[in-house]
Design a protein around this ligand. Structure first.
Ligand code: HEC
Length: 198
């Protein structure tokens, strides 16, 4: 339904430009949490387990299948880790079966078509606040499918299940900044992979 899509796109851009919540997201920059809680990896994992099912049911509202199923996939990290690139949130990394070489990917290698990586996020603040964050997805397209994006599709789902943007669908231009940053990881197929353990 083109009219519906049009309205949805307009609403989504409103979402981007209007400060609706404390977590205002503008294209080209990630909102950074200023006061991430100073907690251990074990504590972060405990917090994650308390909100994981809430995150699952919210993301599942998105019109993108991987947002519904990613929690059944392989999880590449044992405990949530703090991200600088994704706004000082705690992150978890999952991949579908086609993405199973994620952990062993070497410079010069590429992921196979159909590989999907899903990274969910949450915020743990010093005042004890615990908030689900956005879900970030990358899907490997067919070879030559989107050369300017390294043949990746970028999708971002907000914590309430709204798709903020899909580089192959609605609000595609809002996803330009994803690849603009991921291009720095060109040698490993635009993937930053997991951070080195500290
Ligand atoms: C400011 C830079 C930056 C931007 C913008 C950015 N990312 Fe990332 N992304 C990273 C970094 C750095 C990592 C590695 C983990 C971390 O520290 O955040 C990463 C990891 C990921 C991963 C896990 C796969 C991997 O190893 O790279 C996915 C999926 C992802 N980002 C999706 C997205 C999507 C979708 C967008 C746009 C909505 C986006 N990213 C925008 C920097 C960025």
């Amino acid at each position: 339904m083109p009219v519906f899509n049009h309205v949805k796109a307009a609403l989504l851009s409103l979402l981007i430009f209007t400060p609706v919540t404390a977590n205002t997201i503008k294209p080209g920059e990630h909102f950074k949490i200023e006061d991430p809680a100073d907690i251990s990896a074990e504590q972060a994992e405990k917090l994650y387990q308390t909100i994981i099912s809430r995150m699952k049911s919210s993301y599942a509202l998105a019109d993108y299948p991987a947002a519904k199923y990613y929690q059944r996939w392989q999880r590449f990290n044992a405990e949530p880790y703090l991200s600088e690139g994704h706004g000082n949130r705690y992150l978890n990394n999952y991949g579908n079966r086609t993405a199973s070489n994620y952990l062993s990917l070497q410079p010069g290698q590429q992921m196979a078509q159909g590989a999907i990586l899903a990274k969910d996020s949450f915020t743990a603040k010093k005042d004890g606040g615990l908030l689900p964050g956005a879900l970030f997805l990358m899907e490997k397209l067919e070879s030559g499918g989107k050369p300017e994006y390294g043949d990746w599709r970028y999708v971002m789902v907000l914590p309430d299940g709204a798709v903020l943007g899909d580089s192959e669908g609605a609000n595609a231009e809002a996803m330009l900044f994803c690849h603009g940053c991921h291009i720095a990881a060109q040698s490993t197929d635009y993937l930053f992979l997991l951070p080195e353990p500290k």
